[in-house]
Design a protein around this ligand. Structure first.
Ligand SMILES: Nc1ncnc2c1ncn2[C@@H]1O[C@H](COP(=O)(O)OP(=O)(O)OP(=O)(O)O)[C@@H](O)[C@H]1O
Length: 465
């Protein structure tokens, strides 16, 4: 295995069709009584069912589907479409008006801020309370507490009442608990997005690991997260299933629907089916305008600012003890320090490590990941040094440098994973791996589409006969 190594992402869905059913939702409905005045609500208590002083509001109506063990299924839909209502009934925190939910296995949920913890209790007390609700004994919680606290990483706030927590701290603790209760089914919603980049990455790593064996229901308005994590999606609208099927198909249909809502009736959007042979380009390659100039300035100012955050001391990861990364830095190409960079700028990324036991063929590598943990780009020293490898002795420091053009990234936070290994292309051993040694904060980016931007040199609009 050679650096940078892509961690294996769970592909549980590929065998999902043969797997037993983990969640069965049958004709599930939830009706809320809506009173025009509080007085009517009171009066209704006396009248019981003799006369209805309320209107019925069906938050969910006759919803049925199954999820097999090992599947990751997205639940999407506009605000108020019934997603939380459905998930609360799957968790057992809300009773259905009719229909049934059958769940095989232990369900743990990270649903909306505010759910779950007692605000008057400290974080520590809430961990014990929440974990015991998930069936853990006090002894089991004692044994796992350190891991939960390390995952949450909220320091001394753990002994303060939860009501004083920021939303990020709250989610950190809530996720740390559900990650350590041996859940078979996880339900995660948008609440996750309030965490910072380091925490979100930690959660995504946990989720990807969980996907290898567990069942996941993932609620999101972010279609790129849905496509990245899920193979199947269920679209809810006004309490009904609008469409269910492959995530790509559903996400595209949902996107078209939401765009239609934005455009209104003035423009009707129709789905386009590819005609046979439509994959062929309309123009021969040689007809396309080619710009031969070496350095063409971009016609738009795509500049995005990349602010650097050294996270080495707080980075998550693991080590064997044979070698350790001691510094990671991003500087100008000439090596001079800088804390704010621009997309398209030439930069130098350096990784310094120390050998503890002596390494025959050290390798240093890095990988830049977006907030969902998707690998964007990276490299390791091996392909460049295989013909003149260096050996390092115990106690010796060594440094790998990578000079490249910083790509233009959409706004957001990115983490830089770094690692040190020893070996060659076919046989190498990782010694120190840090998931988020550097954080890149990208702002003012004009890049709107895709994971990475490119500078467009020529864009035109003209009429053709
Ligand atoms: N206790 C309640 N009493 C009356 N109506 C309710 C109650 N709880 C939810 N609703 C209504 O049920 C509908 C579905 O709500 P739900 O919270 O499930 O939607 P959602 O899809 O999760 O929305 P969001 O994306 O905003 O979280 C909404 O119209 C909401 O106003």
């Amino acid at each position: 295995m050679v650096l940078p190594v892509t961690e294996t992402h769970g592909d549980a869905d590929s065998h999902a069709s043969a797997a037993p059913i983990a969640i069965r939702v049958s004709n599930l409905s939830k009706c809320y009584p809506i009173y025009t005045s509080p007085k009517d609500r009171l009066l209704q208590m006396f009248l019981r069912s003799r006369k209805a002083l309320y209107k019925e509001f069906w938050a969910l109506r006759d919803v049925s589907f199954t999820v097999r063990r090992g599947e990751t299924v997205a639940i999407i839909g506009r605000n108020g479409s019934g997603k939380s209502t459905l998930l609360q009934m799957i968790c057992g925190t809300l009773n259905p008006s009719s229909g049934e939910v059958e769940v095989t296995g232990k369900v743990a949920a990270l649903l909306e801020l505010g759910a779950g913890f007692n605000p008057e209790f400290t974080g520590r007390e809430n961990v014990y309370m929440a974990a015991s609700l998930y069936g853990l004994t006090n002894d089991q919680i004692d044994l796992r507490f350190e891991k939960i606290a390390t995952f949450a990483d909220i320091g001394e706030h753990l002994d303060e009442p939860v009501k004083t927590y920021s939303s990020g701290m709250y989610v950190r603790l809530a996720f740390a608990v559900i990650a350590h209760v041996d859940a078979d089914i996880l339900i995660v919603d948008e609440a996750l997005s309030v965490g910072d980049a380091v925490f979100t990455q930690k959660c995504m790593r946990f989720i990807r690991e969980f996907q290898k064996k567990g069942t996941l229901l993932f609620v999101s308005h972010d279609m790129s997260s849905v496509l990245n994590l899920c193979k199947r999606a269920i679209w809810l609208g006004n309490g009904n299933i609008v469409q269910a099927g492959p995530a790509k198909e559903i996400a595209e249909a949902y996107l078209q629907y939401t765009l239609q809502q934005v455009y209104g009736e003035g423009a009707e959007l129709t789905a386009i089916q590819p005609a046979s042979g439509s994959g062929e380009p309309h123009q021969e390659e040689e007809d396309l305008p080619v710009n031969h100039e070496a350095q063409v300035p971009p016609i738009l100012n795509y500049e995005s600012q990349v602010a650097l955050q050294d996270n080495l001391a707080r980075a998550n990861g693991w080590k064997s003890g044979a070698a350790e990364i001691t510094a990671v830095g991003l500087a100008r190409e000439d090596g001079s320090p800088q804390t704010v960079f621009h997309g398209g700028e030439r930069v130098r990324l350096s990784i310094t490590a120390v050998s503890k036991e002596g390494l025959d063929r050290p390798i240093l590598g890095f990988l830049v990941r977006d907030r969902l943990g998707q690998d964007l780009f990276g490299e390791n020293t091996l392909p460049f040094t295989s013909s003149n490898t260096i050996a390092v002795e115990a106690g010796q420091f060594f440094c790998g440098e990578f000079v490249f053009t910083l790509p233009m990234l959409p706004n957001g936070q990115y983490s830089v994973m770094v690692s040190v290994a020893d070996g060659d292309l076919y046989n190498n051993v990782q010694h120190h791996w840090l998931h988020d040694a550097l954080i890149l904060n990208v702002s003012s980016s004009k890049i709107r589409w895709g994971l990475i931007g490119i500078p467009f040199e020529k864009v035109s609009l003209k009429t053709t006969s």
